[in-house]
Design a protein around this ligand. Structure first.
Ligand code: ADE
Length: 223
């Protein structure tokens, strides 16, 4: 998979992708994440990428030319399955969307800033608009990072234990059961006996019961 992220703040993203599972996935050649500085594509003086909105009103708007130039340059290299714009008025991001996106080959994610992007970008280039929640961030970079992380960890070979993505919360519309590790007894706070019993079938039943109970209590809307 390849993810191209278009942004005014590539330095925000570069550190995120240079660590942990995301770095390992890139080192293994499973995924390529490339950031693109919008300012490198602007035809305007002083690397300008935004301007005042027509009709007046507070806030700057990202102009169409640098975005169009960047997308056209990328499309010359390969075809893209989705061109995603991250925006608070997009479709709410979910595990289902992450699962679907993890099956794609090439994605572009466009990060907005200020008041957003010229509407013509959304009409003519964007194939999918995603929000990561009902709150407004100062830019799309965190949203692009969240989406990329959720998608990349689902690609086979990225997680060392491949079953662990399947037992995540939200796969099967359920929250994950509690987990424990050593010590089995911390100052009298004990790990449930069943997990130390060695009975695989009983442990699986216990985990299923716990997952159901946790979902019923915390997220009954999922059931
Ligand atoms: N950009 C600003 N806020 C956002 C949000 N909640 N989701 C996606 N992109 C955003």
């Amino acid at each position: 998979m390849r993810i191209d992220i278009i942004t005014c703040l590539p330095q925000l993203l570069d550190s995120f992708f240079a660590a942990s599972i995301l770095k390992r996935a890139q080192d293994k050649g499973i995924v390529t994440v490339q950031t693109h500085d919008l300012r490198d594509y602007t035809p305007h003086k002083h690397r300008q990428v935004d301007d005042y909105q027509f009709g007046g009103g507070a806030g700057m708007v990202l102009m169409i030319e640098p975005i169009a130039n960047c997308i056209h340059a990328l499309q010359k290299e390969r075809t893209y399955d989705e061109i995603i714009y991250v925006t608070p008025d997009g479709e709410r991001f979910s595990q289902k969307t992450a699962n679907r996106l993890s099956l794609q080959q090439n994605l572009i994610i466009l990060c907005g800033h200020y008041k957003g992007v010229d509407e013509r970008v959304r009409e003519h280039f964007i194939t999918k608009e995603i929000s990561i929640g009902d709150y407004v961030l100062s830019g799309g970079e965190l949203a692009a990072s969240v989406i990329s992380d959720a998608v990349i960890r689902l690609i086979p070979g990225v997680l060392s234990d491949e079953t662990s993505a399947l037992t995540d919360s939200f796969q099967d519309d359920m929250l994950a059961p509690p987990v424990y590790t050593r010590p089995a007894d911390y100052e009298g706070w004990k790990v449930p006996d069943i997990l130390l019993s060695g009975h695989e079938a009983k442990i699986n039943d216990w985990r299923m019961d716990q997952a159901l109970e946790r979902t019923r209590q915390r997220r009954p809307d999922l059931l």
